[in-house]
Design a binder for this molecule. Structure first.
Ligand SMILES: [Zn+2]
Length: 471
C-alpha cells in the first residue's frame, strides 16, 4: 500500500511518489536548529517527527538521503556572541554539540548530512548572484541585498503557495531585514545583510561588500547543493511555513535552476505546535522546557520520545508532566509484556507475525497516523498478555510476536529499555535478590525486585541469568 501524506503545497492528502520512483530513493530536508541555545520540546516535537518520517520511508524500502542544516549564523546568534564575547564558532559549537547529544538521547537517527550555514557562504553568494541576474534581487542603499516580491510575482510566479497572503497590504519597496518578521507582513526580505557595527567580527566578503547571509537563503542554498534543485520532501514546524518556507520557494524557484515543470520541493510537511500545560510555552509562564530540564526531573529520553510521538503530527499537542508520567506507565506495560514474551520464546527466533506489522503500517500509510499505530500496539499488548496469562502461547508464537515488535521498533525507536550499565548500588541490589532467590527466600527476593523498580530498573530473567534494564 502507498504512503499518503498531507502536502501543504497542494493543501491536500496525496500519495507519496518519489521523484525517481525507479531508484526507490527519497530526498528529505529538515530545517535544523539555530544553535544559540538548547532546543526546547516544541522543537523536539518537530525533529522527532522528521525522524519518524525518515524511519518510515526506510521501512517502506526507500534509501533516504536525510539532510538537516545547522543555522550557525543569524540575528539571535550574533546577539549572543556579542553578549558572551566568544568567537562565533566557539559559541555555536557548544550548542551544536548539545543538539547532537539530545538527538541521541531521543534516539533520533543521525541525519546523513548536517551542513553548517557558515561553511556554505560561496554557495549562498552564487545563489544570490543568480537571483540578481534574473532581476529578482537588488542592492539597497545600505549595502544589503533584498529579494523583490513584486518582480517575482510580475514574472508570473506565485508567492504564497503554502499560506494565503494578503497582497492588498503589500507596500512595494518595504524591506524586512530581520530573519523573523511578523506574520502576514509581506515585504522584500534580506538575502544578504550588510555588515553593521553590532555584527562585530561576524562577516564575510561578498560582491556586495562585507556582510552575512539571511536565514532563508541558507536553506535554499544548502538543500539544493546537497539534494539537487528539485527534491522530494521538506519538513519543518508549522511556524516556519511563513515566511521561512515561502521565502525558500521564492528564492529556489526564482533562480530558475529546476528542470522544466519541476518544483523546488514536491512535498512539504509541517508539524503542528505544541502547548505545555494547555498554554503556549513561554519562559515567563514557567512552562518552558528544554530536553535537559525534563531529564533533570528524572524522565528519560525514551519516555519523552514516546510522548512526543504519541499524537498525530498535524494536531496541536498538549504536553503535560502528567502525560509524561502516563508515558512511563505505558512503556512499563509494554516492557513487561516483552519481558514475558522473551521468557516464553527463550532462544527461539521466528519470522515476524504479520498481523501487528500490517495493522501498524496501515495506520502510518494514512498520513502517518501514529496514534492509530499506537492503538494497534496496545491492543496487541492486551491480547498478548491475555494469552500469556492463559499460558496458551507457544514459544514459536512468542518468538514471532517479538520479531513483529522489533520490526515496528525500527520505526518507533522507543526500543527495549537501553542496555545501560547499572551503577554499583543497583548491581548490589540485584546480587542481593539473586542470593535471596538461591536461598529460596522469595519474599525477600521480591522486595529487592520492588526496590529496584522504584529506582527505575527492572530485572529480566533470561536463560543466561538475570539482567538489569533501565525503565
Ligand atoms: Zn530552513
Amino acid at each position: 500500500m502507498g504512503l499518503k501524506l498531507f502536502n501543504t503545497l497542494s493543501h491536500s492528502v496525496q500519495e507519496f511518489v518519489a521523484r525517481d520512483p525507479g531508484r526507490r530513493e527519497a530526498c528529505l530536508y529538515c530545517c535544523g536548529p539555530t544553535v544559540y541555545d538548547y532546543a526546547h520540546i516544541g522543537n523536539w516535537r518537530t525533529f522527532i517527527f522528521g525522524d519518524l518520517v525518515r524511519r518510515y520511508l526506510e521501512f517502506k524500502g526507500y534509501a533516504v538521503r536525510h539532510v538537516m542544516n545547522i543555522t550557525d549564523v543569524d540575528d539571535k546568534i550574533i546577539r549572543r556572541v556579542r553578549e558572551t564575547g566568544l568567537p562565533l564558532r566557539e559559541f555555536t559549537a557548544r550548542f551544536e554539540g548539545a543538539f547532537f547529544e539530545d538527538l541521541k538521547t531521543l534516539n533520533c537517527r543521525m541525519p546523513g548530512q548536517t551542513p553548517r550555514a557558515t561553511e556554505h557562504i560561496p554557495q549562498i553568494i552564487a545563489l544570490i548572484e543568480k537571483l540578481t541576474a534574473h532581476g529578482l534581487a537588488y542592492r539597497a542603499p545600505d549595502g544589503s541585498v533584498y529579494f523583490s516580491i513584486e518582480k517575482y510575482r510580475g514574472g508570473g510566479r506565485r508567492y504564497g503557495q503554502l499560506v494565503k497572503l494578503n497582497f492588498d497590504e503589500l507596500r512595494v519597496g518595504e524591506r524586512v531585514r530581520s530573519d523573523e518578521y511578523a506574520k502576514e507582513a509581506v515585504g522584500d526580505f534580506a538575502l544578504w545583510k550588510a555588515r553593521v557595527a553590532e555584527d562585530g567580527e561576524v562577516f564575510w566578503p561578498s560582491p556586495w561588500g562585507e556582510g552575512r547571509p539571511g536565514w532563508h537563503i541558507e536553506c535554499s542554498a544548502m538543500s539544493m547543493e546537497l539534494l539537487g534543485p528539485s527534491f522530494d520532501m521538506h519538513i519543518g514546524g508549522e511556524d516556519l511555513m511563513f515566511p521561512h518556507h515561502e521565502d525558500e520557494i521564492a528564492q529556489s524557484e526564482g533562480a530558475g535552476v529546476q528542470p522544466p515543470g519541476q518544483p523546488f520541493v514536491r512535498y512539504w510537511l509541517h508539524a503542528a505546535h505544541l502547548l505545555v500545560e494547555g498554554k503556549k510555552m513561554s519562559k515567563s509562564l514557567g512552562n518552558f522546557f528544554t530536553l535537559r530540564d525534563l531529564l533533570a526531573k528524572g524522565f528519560t529520553g525514551r519516555e519523552i520520545r514516546f510522548l512526543l510521538l504519541g499524537a498525530h503530527y498535524r494536531e496541536t499537542f498538549n504536553f503535560t508532566l502528567e502525560n509524561l508520567q502516563g508515558a512511563r506507565a505505558a512503556l512499563l506495560r509494554l516492557d513487561q509484556c516483552l519481558t514475558k514474551l522473551r521468557e516464553v520464546a527463550g532462544n527461539l527466533k521466528a519470522p515476524a507475525a504479520p498481523g501487528l506489522v500490517s495493522q501498524f503500517a496501515a495506520a502510518l500509510d494514512d498520513d502517518l497516523n501514529v496514534s492509530g499505530g499506537w492503538g494497534a500496539v496496545f491492543d496487541w499488548v492486551r491480547q498478548t498478555n491475555r494469552r500469556l496469562d492463559e499460558n496458551t502461547l507457544e514459544a514459536a508464537e512468542a518468538g514471532a510476536a517479538l520479531a513483529a515488535w522489533e520490526t515496528l521498533d525500527t520505526i518507533l525507536g522507543v526500543g527495549a529499555p537501553g542496555e545501560v550499565e547499572a551503577p554499583a548500588e543497583i548491581a548490589a541490589l540485584l546480587d542481593a535478590r539473586q542470593a535471596a532467590r538461591k536461598a529460596k527466600d522469595f519474599k525477600r527476593a521480591d522486595a529487592f525486585r520492588q526496590e529496584l523498580k522504584a529506582k527505575g530498573w527492572i530485572i529480566e530473567d533470561t536463560p543466561k541469568g538475570a539482567r538489569l534494564k533501565k525503565l
